[in-house]
Ligand binder design. Sequence first.
Ligand SMILES: NC(=O)C1=CN([C@@H]2O[C@H](COP(=O)(O)OP(=O)(O)OC[C@H]3O[C@@H](n4cnc5c(N)ncnc54)[C@H](OP(=O)(O)O)[C@@H]3O)[C@@H](O)[C@H]2O)C=CC1
Ligand SMILES: CC(C)(CO)C(=O)C(=O)O
Length: 338
Amino acid sequence: MKIAVLGAGSIGCYVAGCLLASDPTLSAANALTLIGRQRLYDDITANGLKVTDWQGREQLTKPEHIAFSIENDSLVDADVILLCVKSQDTEQAAAIINQHAKQSAVVVSLQNGVGNAHLLRQHIKQCVIAGMVPFNVFYKGNGHFHCGTEGNIALEDPNNQCSDIIKALNNASLPVTVYNDMKAVQYGKLIMNLNNAVNALSGIPLKSQLGDRQYRLVMAKVLSEALAVLKAEGIAPARTGKVIPKLMPKIMKLPNFLFNVMASSTLKIDPEARSSMYEDLALGRRTEIDYLNGEIVRLGEENHIATPVNKHIVNLIKQHEVAKKGSPHLPANALLLK
Ligand SMILES: NC(=O)C1=CN([C@@H]2O[C@H](COP(=O)(O)OP(=O)(O)OC[C@H]3O[C@@H](n4cnc5c(N)ncnc54)[C@H](OP(=O)(O)O)[C@@H]3O)[C@@H](O)[C@H]2O)C=CC1
Ligand SMILES: CC(C)(CO)C(=O)C(=O)O
């Protein structure tokens, strides 16, 4: 099996680093190629790929064992394409797959957002598998990618086309759970991802942000709006972490001492972890806001349900995307409409 990671950033490099470190035959057979940008090409071909996690994983793959390409035609012989670009780049990635990949390749979307697999199916002929990555990965520089939270990768596999990649991921200690109803899983993850923007605007690590009741009260409002909208759409988001989505607003409202008791058993999170949207603001990149809180605003409009807090958060993120000055470090009360 030849694997290509299209969009080698935080998730792509972490997954690739775990796969390469766990199976030396992948690099010996040139069976895993990362396709990404010059910036990470320069870093990884100089420093190698180091993957660590909050539970003590520490694996290094040396530069000479890594195939990193900035050319899209490196997709040509891939049997499995792990698609790890941001949602706003999916359509362009589909065009690249159309141009360069084999018809028999299986394209696995490891992206956040609920529409990527559907969009891919509209544009490419290859088999598309919807996936979901529950854990957080943060790029620390010098080829180092750190995973700061827990969880199994979720995949669908209706026609048993993923057994080899699932085996490889499991072997790399990236356990996979196969779901029949990925739509519910993706909406469950969307619910979790509504915190990405709050975290990016706060500018503090996820653990500190969730430990602060004022930010949690913002999240309670964001989540209540989202759950009302999904209910109107007839979507029951699956539980993707330890907490049932519909209980989340209540949990967010708990006083600190009760929240901390609950979090100590359900929320395993590295003190340094931050959302991918924080990283996007920090690096002056476009964020996925339109596909996360923006999706709730869109569904709210379709169902005539007001989503003022999500709307305000979408506007704030867009404002700070344009400013390109990183996180604005806003206090919680600035995330609520006056
Ligand atoms: N980071 C995290 O903790 C998590 C992220 N996710 C999801 O995973 C997906 C990927 O996120 P993440 O890894 O953080 O994103 P990154 O931005 O770190 O990685 C994506 C990389 O792909 C590059 N890219 C985009 N288009 C192409 C292309 N056509 N050819 C080659 N490279 C390309 C981007 O470059 P450029 O910046 O120049 O566009 C970027 O370097 C997102 O949907 C995200 O929501 C899911 C769970 C956790
Ligand atoms: C932090 C996490 C894991 C959940 O919100 C995430 O998906 C992201 O950073 O994009």
